[in-house]
Design a protein around this ligand. Structure first.
Ligand SMILES: Nc1nc2c(c(=O)[nH]1)N[C@H]1C(S)=C(S)[C@@H](COP(=O)(O)O)O[C@H]1N2
Ligand SMILES: [Mo]
Length: 211
């Protein structure tokens, strides 16, 4: 069996356990750009803005957010720095549930996900609505630590880690694609680790708006 593969438990041929160019790292060290923001519960809110169905916006206080339906999602986490953390158990609110509470306009094709301090990442609406995507409050059964995004982070397990915005504060529905923080700085607009979509120079027509 080639290195880095294990038997496909569905009974077929061996499939790679991790995307190409990734190595497993079991210690989940935090990684981000800039400082860890302070959490002030009385000031914190989560907002959904932009191309909503009724053109209004939505807002949950920290207390209100705790009342939303909860879900759990186990997934491998892939950082573009070539390490992957296997089998992380996230819990929080699924993106599907959030979008049911804050319906987008039929014209909304993409989302921009905003963290504290203006960090952002863009996603196709279809990627945001993947059933594995969760607005996570907990990791492996414990509340997120400040470094890992407390009180709330996005987790998009099927794309590289920079799309998994920590210290999440706002989801913006968009009627056209727009590049986020790293997507404007040389990283791939879509970021599929199985296709090794690491850098913007690899983009093909249709992968995203020109830089
Ligand atoms: N707000 C914010 N979110 C962020 C980042 C960041 O710099 N700022 N870095 C991203 C990157 S590159 C990765 S790999 C993951 C790392 O998540 P972790 O620190 O929980 O491992 O967070 C992502 N989310
Ligand atoms: Mo990353």
């Amino acid at each position: 069996m080639p290195a880095g593969t294990e038997p496909d438990r569905r009974g077929g041929e061996a499939v790679p356990r991790l995307p190409p160019g990734q190595a497993a790292r079991y210690e989940h060290k935090a990684l981000h750009y800039g400082p860890v923001p302070a959490f002030r519960p009385e000031r914190w809110d989560l907002r959904v803005v932009g191309a909503t169905e009724d053109l209004g916006s939505y807002r949950w206080t920290h207390e209100e957010f705790q009342e939303l339906p909860r879900t759990e999602s186990v997934s491998d986490f892939h950082c573009v720095m070539r390490f992957s953390v296997p089998r992380v158990r996230w819990s929080g609110v699924s993106a599907l549930d959030l979008v049911a509470l804050a319906p987008p306009s039929p014209e909304a094709t993409h989302v921009m996900v905003w963290g504290e301090y203006g960090y952002s990442a863009n996603l196709r609406m279809s990627d945001f609505l993947d059933p594995s995507v969760v607005l996570a409050t907990h990791r492996d059964g414990l509340p997120l630590t400040p470094e890992h995004g407390h009180p709330l982070r996005l987790v998009v397990p099927h794309l590289y880690g920079w799309k998994s915005v920590k210290w999440l504060r706002m989801v913006e529905y968009m009627t056209a694609d727009r590049r986020g923080f790293w997507e404007e700085r040389g990283y791939h607009n879509r970021a599929d680790p199985w296709l090794e979509q690491r850098f913007s120079a690899q983009e093909e027509p249709g992968d995203g708006p020109a830089l």
